[in-house]
Design a protein around this ligand. Structure first.
Ligand SMILES: Cc1cc2nc3c(=O)[nH]c(=O)nc-3n(C[C@H](O)[C@H](O)[C@H](O)COP(=O)(O)O)c2cc1C
Length: 217
């Protein structure tokens, strides 16, 4: 099923009780998800997560690094304003006084898609020099889901050590790796599958994820 068809299906299922599903722990009606886009290849993943969330009872809060802006412009032609238009709220990367910089601001979790090695390393070492890494650090200290779609290859031992540190701190390391058993027909379907899986890992129920050997509801 194409995302537009699934979107329509989700819209049909938007009963008040369903709206509460992903957010009971935090923000009233809608889940509040922080989406970060850093400068690794694959900014389309962040874009697709924002697009899927528009079809779900999820409020998105977006922060993009400077390199994320550059990479998005290079790879997809997206400008910061194009991506910001897909989110409910958008913050400047240096706005370290923004709401999402504080643990007292309630949110359900955060996905960084894609996550560069630089951003990953800052989070792993507790260096939180911008709003993106500060918001991620907040997720760790508040014990909320933090999904990092780390994109680099090959990986050296330093990268792997930082990944291990992050996993020990509770982050979910989720590199954008396609599942070929799902028989994606094109890149668009691969991107959607990875975006849906990241949402699922962040605790956001969504109908875009095809689960292995599970009947569609
Ligand atoms: C087109 C392009 C593709 C890039 N791809 C990657 C990548 O896949 N992984 C990565 O870690 N860095 C990648 N980089 C380098 C990062 O953008 C660079 O390390 C940057 O400093 C990351 O900053 P940020 O983490 O603040 O976004 C890429 C840069 C460009 C311009």
């Amino acid at each position: 099923m194409k995302s537009s068809e699934r979107g329509a299906e989700v819209a049909r299922n938007h009963s008040p009780s369903r709206k509460g599903t992903a957010s009971e722990t935090s923000t009233g009606d809608n889940a509040r998800l922080i989406v970060g886009i850093s400068g690794a290849s694959g900014t389309v993943l962040g874009r697709r997560i924002l697009e899927l969330c528009r079809e779900l009872p999820v409020e998105t809060h977006l922060v993009i690094s400077r390199a994320g802006e550059m990479t998005a412009a290079y790879e997809t032609g997206d400008k910061r304003t194009d991506l910001a238009a897909l989110a409910d709220r958008h913050y400047a990367i240096n706005d370290i006084g923004a709401a999402i910089a504080s643990g007292s601001y309630r949110s359900h979790g955060m996905i960084i898609a894609p996550c560069s090695i630089k951003t990953m390393s800052e989070i792993a070492t507790g260096v939180t020099g911008n709003l993106l890494t500060r918001a991620a650090d907040v997720m760790l200290k508040e014990r909320r889901p933090l999904v990092l779609m780390v994109r680099e290859m090959p990986l050296h031992a330093g990268h792997l050590r930082n990944m291990l540190s992050l996993a020990e701190l509770g982050a979910i390391i989720a590199p954008p790796v396609p599942a070929f058993y799902d028989r994606p027909r094109d890149i668009d379907e691969m991107v959607e599958q990875m975006a849906a899986r990241a949402l699922d890992l962040a605790g956001i129920d969504n109908p875009y994820l095809h689960r292995w050997q599970q009947e569609e509801d």
